[in-house]
Design a protein around this ligand. Sequence first.
Ligand SMILES: N[C@@H](CCC(=O)N[C@@H](CS)C(=O)NCC(=O)O)C(=O)O
Length: 231
Amino acid sequence: MIDLYYWTTPNGHKITLFLEETGLEYTIHPINIGKGDQFAPEFLKIAPNNRIPAIVDNNPNDHGDAIPVFESGAILQYLAEKTGKFMSSDLRARIQTLEWLNWQMGGLGPMAGQNHHFGQYAPEKIDYAINRYVKETGRLYGVLDHRLQDREFIVGDYSIADMACYPWVVPHERQMQNLDDFPNLKRWFETIAARPATERAYAVVDRINPGQPPNDDEAKKILFGLNNDDK
Ligand SMILES: N[C@@H](CCC(=O)N[C@@H](CS)C(=O)NCC(=O)O)C(=O)O
């Protein structure tokens, strides 16, 4: 049984995508990041960076004590190695999967995250910052589009590299990107969206955070350390 510490955000979706694909048994522990649950001492013991997602694997393959894992890339790699699924054991395919997983973790995720921040949440609209992150998101979409020009998925069969990237392409409109500009990416995106496990993973949102309320002032204070003087 996996305990999943989760909220309904792109990094959270990565892990429900994996768990729904494999059918691993899991229990969701909602961590409402707009209400500050990520700072609870019990959660920080598992996830010292006060960010979701995190897991605890109560039945590790070595039959030892439960293993906590934080950072979505590490979680995907851990689960792929635990199950032997969604990451090839072939030397060359494995390193490519890890390359693209890390590309998402160090590039697409942070740049698209700043795109969301400056485009939607920042109290001040700073053109330089908005343009910088919209452009950088577009550049990264272009890199992925090029990678996908002669293959169905990022590396071989559907893998943790795809699961890491897909949730960050779901909000493409918010990121001011038009998928028609990236035809290979668009085809890949539609293929993954149609997988039954993807539908199940995204259906979790309605159960855990129905209506997905927008971040209100209180949530912004918690998430971004904003107070009234910053507005
Ligand atoms: N590199 C981390 C990033 C995790 C992350 O930024 N999570 C966000 C939600 S997508 C979060 O928990 N934010 C809470 C906060 O900013 O206090 C990962 O991939 O796990």
